[in-house]
Design a protein around this ligand. Sequence first.
Ligand code: B1M
Length: 233
Amino acid sequence: MADDEDDIILAELDDEELVLQMHDDLYDGLKDEIEEGTNILLERDWTPYKILTEALVSGMKVVGDDFRDGILFVPEVLLAANAMKAGMAILKPLLAETGAPTIGRMVIGTVKGDIHDIGQNLVTMMMEGAGFEVKNIGINNPVEDYIAALEEFDADILGMSALLTTTMPYMKIVIDTLIEEGKRDKYTVLVGGAPLNEEFGKAIGADAYCRDAAVAVETAKDFMARKHNQMAG
Ligand code: B1M
């Protein structure tokens, strides 16, 4: 098996084969191969966004399915996550390099009890690439951390991420606390994460649910445009 893997020369594969091979390599947690594949696709003029979505995010879908079905376990999924992060690290500066002027400020973090951070790191990268300044406060955030970061960073937008059905209700605690402290109107609250949906976003009082990082960027831009129009008019 290992010998077969050694025989594959990534640079000799065509684009389609390479992407499929990267899905396999992600599944096997092969960080070096993911870095190499990412660099090859960049050399072939793939955009960073296309590499992210087609080679990396799609590959994680299989990992997630097999994790759910008890075929993969936490250590293997951690290796896959590390390989994914290595690919993302190469793309990060390229996505951030658009030179767009700052259009808004966002605090983003994963909620208390939840340590999944790949999705929110991806949202951070895409938001920065679109011209937002982002303070990413990482994982496992209690409400106090969100509020302190929002104030310190003078944010326009709060982004919250949750990947577990058991942690997503915590988003409501954060929003309710903002309401209790009279701060809710200062911020646009965007929420995301695999188990959420539009209905949940509405039910907890968020301004919008964002299905993926690209939607998060578009939604944030819309809210900032409305805010500027209100200020101007
Ligand atoms: Co976890 N895990 N995990 N896990 N894990 C899931 C989420 C799960 C669906 C797997 C499964 O069963 N199929 C399942 C949750 C089931 C449920 O609650 N419904 C699960 C479980 C059960 C667990 C543990 C409880 C397992 C255990 O210990 N028995 C445990 C919990 C730990 C904890 O948090 N307390 C656990 C642990 C882990 C690892 C540590 C091993 C690892 C995380 C590593 C890391 O993040 N650094 C891990 C991983 C990697 C996953 C899966 C496989 C992949 C998640 C991911 O990174 N996806 C995941 C399966 C899945 O989601 N299909 C799974 C790629 C990422 C780009 O997508 O995060 O959805 P996503 O982000 C998207 C959008 O959702 C959106 O944009 C992103 C980009 O397009 N988005 C936002 C996300 N956040 C946003 C915020 C926004 C806007 C958009 O704000 C504005």
